[in-house]
Design a protein around this ligand. Sequence first.
Ligand code: AMP
Length: 534
Amino acid sequence: MRARGYLVWTDDFRAASRPKMTEKRQFRAIKGTRDILPPDSALWNWVEQTAREVFETYGFRDIRLPIFEETELFARSIGGESDIVFKEMFSFLESRAIELPQSPSIGRILQLAELVNGAWERGEIPKTARNEAEFGRLSHAHQQLQSGPFVPLAAMTAPNRDGLETAVQLLATILDSAGELGVQTSLRPEATAGSVRAYIEHGMHALPGNVKLYYTGPMFRRERPQKGRYRQFYQIGAEVLGPSDAPAIDAEILEMLLVFFARVGLTKTTLYVNSIGCKACRPKYVELLREELRKVKDQLGPDSQRRIETNALRVLDSKLPHEQPIIETLPRISGHLCPACSEHFSKLKDELKLRNLAYQENWRLVRGLDYYTRTTFEVTAEGLGSQNAVCGGGRYDGLVELLGGQPGVKGIGFAIGTDRAILSIQESGNLPRLPGLAVFVAWMGAKAYPVAVSIARKLRNRGFAVELPPEELKFKKSLGLADKLGARYALIIGEDEAASGTYTLKRLADAEQKKLSETDLLEHLESERRGPHA
Ligand code: AMP
């Protein structure tokens, strides 16, 4: 069967562009994406490796998640009204085998009927005479079900029950002939939703204690690209899921974060914390905020005006200069937290002091995603201009249950923007000395070549980065290239050296030369590597 969303597109594309395929053209990376090239990629690897090392000392373990998930997973967790879900996701249609459950609920039947409808319109279901007829009847049954009140099966009126039975039968036949139907899928804009999905799918609540996970990888948001803001960007994140919401968990995750930032040389950072309350207290505060915002609506910009009704907390995020004095007069959540949230927040602050972690309270830190409860936090760094947030995170206690998991599971996590962390390290000039090319083997003469190959392998076996020219070079050219490649040493092997078994090791920085046997050479390089200047 033809007709999977992206395949249709590929087929159309092939047909449309066939005549042009022979013309020469160059390609560039798509807007908002970029290549990370050497030597920058070495800095990236080092930053990610440092995160792994630090996080593992806190008991976190790596989780590798898919890069695309069902769109609905993101819509449910991040929130349909958030900018991310509303306008920034890269979505496409994927195919998935769908089976009708043994005794489906009305909700599930309506959902499947919607899916069949969409698939029918896209031509994904074979248009056989039988399917045409069944589909007509299904549409009728679907309408009947939709128009009826949503009542339990037992309490259903006869026409509705009939409608339901017909719909089930028809769905069964159509799904049977379709085999697979399209499902809306999106490239992940963040990885908390996927982590929670995986936690539930693999029954990780049964694991002992809190489950601590970390991930690294690309995320995708269709934002307006600028310095520090890309459509494919990278995050290093961590999540703690489990039965406890002790403030010490929040504090420990913040400690880990700041230890990591210090380890990679990002010291000019500021940690902001806030509590945005829970299901019990936040709605009341949001209502109060909304009332106050309505009073000043005329003075706000269009975005904030829209958000008053859709996502009032987000108004506090506004950066518009003329809205700032107005926002400052609005009621603050700290005065409206319920006793449990208030206590949680004050214990968190005690824990931060206990760990000597400097922080600032920021009552306007609400974060854009729906799933946050209580603790929210952000870290900013210097040298990044307007996109200065390098990390964001918070608690999401109800998310596991919202996504169909065990009730009562609590969660907290953060995501570091790797691109921005690296930009900030580069701007600070505080770059680590990463090992580069150690030895350039300058060989000359056919008899020297086998010796050069053998020594290069031995050095590489010991972990040294070695460049062995594939073709013979003149002496001067060889040393010139060694220099340009930034090699620490040139190992000179001519035919005489090959015959005598003694080689010249030249340190390129100061031209110091030593004549060494193979054993001495290996020992010398090892001891230099161990030494203070290695
Ligand atoms: P969020 O998932 O929105 O809480 O973002 C967490 C961190 O990811 C932010 O603090 C940024 O450092 C980074 N980030 C978010 N969106 C982008 C983007 N479009 N480009 C680069 N970094 C981003």
